[in-house]
Write a protein that binds this ligand. Sequence first.
Ligand SMILES: [Zn+2]
Length: 328
Amino acid sequence: MQHVMEYAAPDTLHRIPTPTPFPVGAANIYLYKGDCLTLFDAGTHTEDAWGVLTCRLGELGVMPRDIEQIFLTHHHLDHIGLSRRIKDVSGATVYAHPEVAKHVEYMYDESLTRVHLEAVMAELGVPMAMANDVIAHRHQHRELLDDFDADRFVEDNTAAGPFEAHFRPGHSATDVLFVHQQERWALTGDHLIRNVTPNPILRRRSENGIREKSLVQYCEALQQTRSLDLGWCFPGHGAAFANHREVVDATFRHIERRNEKVLRVIPTDGATPYEITRLLFRRMSEPQLYYCLSATTGHLELLADQGKLHCRLHEGVYHYHPLRDNLG
Ligand SMILES: [Zn+2]
């Protein structure tokens, strides 16, 4: 008989959901009252989020100036937003994966972002006028970007205080899981969330011209997380859970169902990722296009990787075609 180790929920960790202007809703910041007063993630750079954070910290007997460390799970704007402000009042040390600093630097650079988005939209078959709308919409988020710098870099499989860091790119290029080494609870950021399959956001091209296949990478990362020995998990959105393997398996099942749906809508003579996105998300509003395109492209790349679809590059635009076996 298999013995399953039960771990207690930590009473040293406190969840603080903070408002975001994004469809995802509240983003969690966690206060850890260990040897050091530590925050995991830093919400969004808005007065609303700051108000909620300082109020909840106050109820827990902590002032923002008392914070000693901030650990960041990834570079998205609903997770790093208040790190500068907290650091300014407290002098806290900010820990992040080296990729976080690189991605934030890139987000600051408006022209680099434009070049990247134009290139990605073009190869996915998005009409130019619509690509410009996507770019304009993404630039609206720039006001949420505060000055940012990390003080200490956390690499894969290294220790940071009582925590071990595990690099888990997929949802973003920078996701890190922090595991309390002794007590085996984990901060899972947006890598693992109960009842939510994280969107594998389209990646920018690296210096060597390669754009990582987000969902392929995510599935590999998820498999690695499944093999960890973990107790309670504390995600970037929503409530904690204690059964990480069940949550991983449910996420894989959801990805599989999405895969089947994608296979069903692809026309027999093939289509571009943009056209397939339109077939899958018929009621999508324009601001949602980038996220829908990310999801669709992720599945197309995964299916091609699994040998279930053909992918051809024709005049700089990707086309996906069903295999003969998939027909009928
Ligand atoms: Zn998030």
